[in-house]
Design a protein. Sequence first.
Length: 161
Amino acid sequence: MGTACIGLGANLGDAEGTVRAALQALDSLPRTRLVAASRLYRTPAWGVEDQPPFVNAAAVVETQLPAIELLHALLGAEQEFGRTRVPGERWGPRTLDLDLLLYGQQVIDVPGLRVPHPYLHERAFALLPLAEIAPDAVIAGYGTVRDAAAAVESCGIAVIG
């Protein structure tokens, strides 16, 4: 079994409820078990700023799925939560976003999947929740999650509750 780190985010509908439900849904993925989940964080919209703030979290799972199969399972879960991906649209509002951030210490670069997530080291909305549950995880080429989180601005990100 391998370990993977997943970033979660939503800003449409009941975003908090969706992220909480999605964290539980990760435990139902085939040959996958939820090991840890961060608290929820409210984060300002990023990229396209004219949209509601996001609710973000991170999870660590143990999985027997190869990375590409895990990605497909995550994309299927997004669809179950009402996500419709629009080709070419980036950073827009969404019912749920599940990103495969890390897959063990593997570096993967195949069409449709890059791990570590190519922008993980510079995105506080992913790093802060991940640092809560996997501070010693290594982002290839950038060091630990803890070090990367310490190097980015938290830019208005706050724990919910």
